[in-house]
Ligand binder design. Structure first.
Ligand SMILES: [Zn+2]
Length: 138
């Protein structure tokens, strides 16, 4: 049964819930801490609901294959596409700097070039991607 990560918009806690594909989207999920239903789905790097668009399947296979993920460093355009997909899946506005970086990646600029041209962005970009990792631990 797939696990879905949620971030409670009421109390700010993160939790995971097991739902079948049939239940997902039909069953109302409550925060186990405060019972709020104001929840935001967190990206799950391994599993996505079956009903989601096929582009997410590409993302899923990327995440489950460390070699493919490593290869992205040499393929800025694929990296840009992946970052854009991640930001859509998270449903978060990551700000104009993020957009700028993604656009540059999609134009084929390497991350190193982007960091050189936009020196202030290195840290933000890193922390943005690092944020994805916390989800594994909670
Ligand atoms: Zn809550």
């Amino acid at each position: 049964m797939p696990r879905y990560g949620y971030h409670c918009q009421n109390c700010g806690k993160k939790f995971r819930k097991f739902l079948t594909y049939e239940e997902y989207g039909k069953v109302e999920v409550h925060c186990p801490y405060c019972q709020s239903t104001r929840l935001k789905r967190l990206i799950d790097r391994v599993r996505f609901a079956k009903s989601e668009e096929s582009r997410l399947e590409a993302l899923e296979s990327t995440f489950s294959d460390p070699a493919a993920l490593a290869g992205l460093e040499d393929d800025p355009q694929a990296m840009g596409r992946m970052m854009r997909m991640m930001s859509r899946e998270m449903g978060e506005d990551l700000g104009p700097e993020f957009e700028e970086v993604v656009e540059r990646l999609e134009r084929g600029q390497s991350p190193e070039e982007i960091e050189k041209e936009l020196p202030d962005l290195g840290e933000e970009l890193g922390s943005g991607l690092g944020g994805m990792d916390d989800i594994e631990d909670f």
